[in-house]
Design a protein around this ligand. Structure first.
Ligand SMILES: [Zn+2]
Ligand SMILES: [Zn+2]
Length: 375
C-alpha cells in the first residue's frame, strides 16, 4: 500500500479540518469525479479514493487511528469497495441521509448495510399548459411492496429466520490473500446468505420467501410552474422494496412537456413566427390571438415593419422560477397569398411601380441592405 495517497491530501484539507470542512470538500470532489458525470479514464479510481478517504476521516475513531498509524493502522488495509452513491445524492439534504446510512452518524458501524431496493424511472407526458400554471398529475406503476403477511421478512414466522452462521449476520466475510510480501484482506459478500446476514428456514407462502409482492400503485405528484422537458422529480422511498426487507428505492419521474401548436420554447421565453400580409407590414395593424395565460395576446405591428423583424412582448412568456415571466418574441414573416385571383394580380400590377425598388436605385438599395445587415 506504499503508493496510497495521504487521505488529507486526497480531500485537499488540512490535518485539523473540521467535520464540516471534510463534508464540503468530499461533496465537491465527489461531484467532480462521479462516474456519471466524468468520463475520463481515471475518474472512477479517483471517485473511490475520495470515498475511501472520506469514509476514514469522517469516522472519529478511524481518523484517530489513521493520524497515529497512517495507512498501516490496524483497521486500515485494502478491500475498500466504494459505496453506491448516486450523483443526485451529492446535492442538498440527500447526502445527510447517506452519511447516516453509511457511517452510522459518525460512530461505530458494526451492522451490515441495509439492503436498498431498486429505483424506478418513469417518463410522463404533461400538457404544455402546465408550464404556465403547474398542477398535479399522476403515474401508475407496478411496485414491489413489502409483503403484508410476513412484514417483508420472507419467513413464515419470526422463528423461521436464522442468523447466517457463515458471516455471523454481518452479510460479508473477510478473505485473506497473499500479495507479494503482504497479506491483503478483502471484504466480500457472504456466499451463503447473499449479504443478507440471515437465512430463512421456512418461507412465507404468500410471497414465497421474497418478502414482497408486486402491486399497481397510483402516485400523484405536483408539477411546478415553469417546468421543462427533462426535469426529474425524485420521490424517496417510492421505488421497489428489496427482497426480504430493507430500504425502498426511489421513484424518479421524468417529465416530458408536450409541444405547443405554435410556440417554441427557449427557457422562459416563447418564440413564434407570425405570417403578416404586405399591407399590414406597411401600414401597421393590431391583432389578437389566444394565449395560454388566459388573456389574449395583443400584437401591434407598427407601420413600416419589415419581414424578418421581431416584436417583443415582455412578461407574457413562462414563469422563470424567480417570480417573473419571460417574453414572447414574435418573428414577422411576409405572407404571400398562394393563389391570388386574376383581379388581385391586376390590382397589384397597377401598384408595381409604387411598391417595387426603382431600377436606377437598385444598386444603392442593395448596398443599404448589406450595410444594415453588417451593423
Ligand atoms: Zn452470511
Ligand atoms: Zn410474505
Amino acid at each position: 500500500m506504499a503508493d496510497k495517497r495521504d487521505y488529507y491530501e486526497v480531500l485537499g484539507v488540512s490535518r485539523d479540518a473540521t467535520e464540516k470542512e471534510l463534508k464540503k470538500s468530499f461533496r465537491s470532489l465527489a461531484r467532480k469525479y462521479h462516474p456519471d458525470k466524468n468520463s475520463s479514464s481515471d475518474a472512477e479510481k479517483k471517485f473511490k479514493e475520495i470515498q475511501e478517504a472520506f469514509a476514514v476521516l469522517s469516522d472519529s475513531e478511524k481518523r484517530a487511528q489513521y493520524d497515529r498509524f497512517g495507512h498501516s493502522g490496524p483497521s486500515m488495509g485494502g478491500g475498500f469497495s466504494g459505496f453506491d452513491i448516486r450523483y443526485e445524492d451529492l446535492f442538498g439534504s440527500g447526502l445527510e441521509d447517506l452519511f447516516s446510512n453509511f457511517f452510522g452518524g459518525g460512530g461505530r458501524q458494526t451492522r451490515s448495510r441495509q439492503a436498498r431496493g431498486k429505483s424506478i424511472l418513469v417518463r410522463k407526458k404533461i400538457p404544455f399548459q402546465m408550464a404556465f400554471d403547474g398542477g398535479s398529475e399522476e403515474v401508475s406503476i407496478d411496485t414491489f411492496l413489502s409483503c403484508d403477511v410476513c412484514s417483508g421478512t420472507g419467513a413464515k414466522s419470526r422463528d423461521e429466520i436464522q442468523i447466517c452462521s457463515t458471516c455471523r449476520g454481518q452479510g460479508h466475510v473477510t478473505q485473506t490473500r497473499q500479495v507479494g510480501p503482504f497479506l491483503q484482506q478483502t471484504n466480500v459478500t457472504c456466499p451463503d446468505c447473499k449479504g443478507r446476514g440471515k437465512i430463512i428456514l421456512n418461507p412465507c407462502n404468500i410471497c414465497n420467501g421474497d418478502g414482497r409482492n408486486k402491486k399497481k400503485q397510483t402516485i400523484r405528484f405536483n408539477v411546478p410552474a415553469g417546468v421543462d422537458s427533462g426535469m426529474r422529480l425524485r420521490m424517496r422511498g417510492k421505488g421497489h422494496v428489496p427482497q426480504q426487507g430493507g430500504i425502498a428505492g426511489d421513484l424518479e419521474i421524468e417529465l416530458i412537456l408536450e409541444e405547443h401548436p405554435w410556440f417554441e420554447r427557449d427557457g422562459s421565453e416563447l418564440l413564434m413566427s407570425l405570417p403578416v400580409g404586405f399591407p399590414d407590414l406597411l401600414l401597421g395593424k393590431k391583432m389578437e390571438i389566444p394565449h395560454p395565460d388566459g388573456k389574449p395576446l395583443v400584437i401591434k405591428i407598427p407601420p413600416n415593419s419589415l419581414s424578418g423583424h421581431t416584436l417583443n412582448i415582455s412578461g407574457r412568456g413562462l414563469p422563470n422560477g424567480r417570480g417573473r415571466r419571460g417574453d414572447v418574441i414574435i418573428l414577422l414573416k411576409l405572407f404571400i397569398p398562394k393563389k391570388p385571383s386574376k383581379s388581385v394580380k391586376s390590382k397589384i400590377e397597377s401598384l408595381r411601380n409604387d411598391l417595387t425598388v426603382p431600377d436606377n436605385d437598385l444598386q444603392s438599395t442593395i448596398i443599404d441592405e448589406a450595410n444594415d445587415r453588417r451593423s
